[in-house]
Design a binder for this molecule. Structure first.
Ligand code: UD1
Ligand code: UDP
Length: 363
């Protein structure tokens, strides 16, 4: 079986490495990096630290308007797919790289497989929501992380090719958690103590492109009960600078460069709370038992809210402060996103729909 895997943004490197490893045991993978993320700390560091092979192709698409960026990806991925003639185009998540890969596969009449299918925020102003819906509706195989995602797809008329594999980010986290605890010294380096700092990340367009919301988040963080470590996405740094907010940062908020996955997992593991608008970080907080304060009005990961480990607060400073200081439900035994063996199930499902030899995979 030959798989063309499409990645391009930070969370996709994290999602792809367990699947890539499982695939390469018995199959051929052509790894296409669109170049959507390109800074060392947004891309290279993941290929250096994680057991993921170097991309076979980097399209070097870079940053543009969404349409131009997606168009450049379409052209580049199409060239690679037409040359390498894969059995499957495999895409991850909900970025422009995801949509471009899915569209190329669909237009080339190659099986399209989507990892992290069936997620919805029901907020169409998010660019990711359009990417999710369109990708799901042109995918042949839909690897979903939860029972809710199966129902979501069924409600949209998609029932064929749906596999509840669990969340592949759980595989990723389990693969590095101990290594992060043993090898990362970032908490010490930053002068913090476990359980006595708050971790923050912000990168959603709705927060970075709206100065009032960004300022409101900073005000909320300024009242945090502990120092705040804030590894900032480049678009957030740009927004802080263009609004002059970087010159008036709260004294307890330490804005640092984005960190690699091992350091990030270590920071999240040791934090007393995380405040974030990230999708992946909400789940990782859940797996690591770190209470999560989500700087959005809705989430695709509603199970984390339902079990009391995540609170949606939007950007209101009072709500942020309250959530950063209140008690959360004690950790839960709920496992809404599977058992951390999603990659093996994904490979088994791919084998079952192509002519590839079957392997034994425990359910
Ligand atoms: C993208 C995804 C988002 C995902 C996020 C993960 C889309 C529509 N959005 O958002 O779903 O959650 O990645 O982090 O696909 N930039 C740099 N260096 C880089 C990358 C980006 O400076 O290596 C800056 C550029 O100014 C760029 C901006 O960040 O214009 C936004 O980057 P882009 O990839 O368009 O979107 P993200 O906000 O990263
Ligand atoms: N992450 C990281 N370093 C950072 C911030 C995040 O390695 O400084 C990782 C994080 O552990 C998670 C992924 O990046 O696996 C989430 O990416 P992001 O928040 O950019 O995107 P989203 O998940 O919202 O699409």
């Amino acid at each position: 079986m030959k798989i063309a895997s499409v990645v391009g943004a930070r969370p996709q490197f994290v999602k792809a490495f367990p699947v890539s490893n499982a695939l390469r045991d018995d199959h051929e993978e052509v790894l296409i990096h669109t170049g959507q993320h390109y800074d060392d700390e947004m891309s290279d560091v993941f290929f250096e630290e994680l057991p993921i092979p170097e991309p076979d192709v980097n399209l070097g698409v870079g940053s543009h308007s969404h349409a131009k960026q997606t168009a450049a990806m379409l052209e580049g991925i199409d060239d690679v797919v037409s040359k390498c003639a894969p059995d499957v185009v495999l895409v991850y998540g909900d970025t422009n790289s995801t949509l471009a890969g899915a569209l190329v596969g669909s237009k080339r009449d190659v099986v399209v497989a989507h990892v992290e299918a069936g997620l919805r925020s029901y907020n169409r102003s998010m660019p990711e929501e359009t990417n999710r819906v369109l990708t799901d509706h042109c995918s042949d195989l839909l690897f979903v992380p939860s029972e809710r995602a199966v129902e979501t797809l069924a409600n949209e008329g998609i029932t064929r090719g749906v596999y509840d594999t669990g969340d592949v980010m759980y595989d990723s986290l389990l693969a590095v958690r101990e290594r992060a605890r043993d090898c990362s010294s970032i908490v010490d380096e930053l002068g913090h103590t476990d359980g006595k700092y708050v971790l923050a990340t912000v990168h959603r367009a709705a927060n970075t492109d709206n100065p009032d919301r960004l300022e409101s988040i900073l005000t909320g963080l300024s009242n945090a009960p502990s120092p705040v470590v804030f590894p900032a996405h480049p678009r957030t740094v740009d927004a802080l600078e263009s609004e002059g907010l970087d010159r008036a940062l709260p004294s307890n908020v330490d804005v640092i460069d984005p960190v690699g996955y091992l350091d990030f997992v270590r920071l999240l593991d040791g934090a007393e709370r995380v405040a974030t608008d990230s999708g992946g970080v909400q789940k990782e907080a859940f797996y690591l038992d770190t209470p999560c304060v989500t700087l959005r009005d809705e989430t695709e990961w509603r199970e984390t809210v339902a079990c009391g480990r995540n609170e949606l607060v939007g950007t209101d400073p009072t709500a942020i402060h309250r959530a950063l200081t209140r008690e959360f439900e004690s950790s839960t035994d709920d496992t809404p996103y599977g058992d951390g063996n999603a990659a093996a199930r994904i490979v088994a499902a791919l084998e079952s729909v192509t002519d590839a030899p079957q392997r034994n995979v425990s359910e």
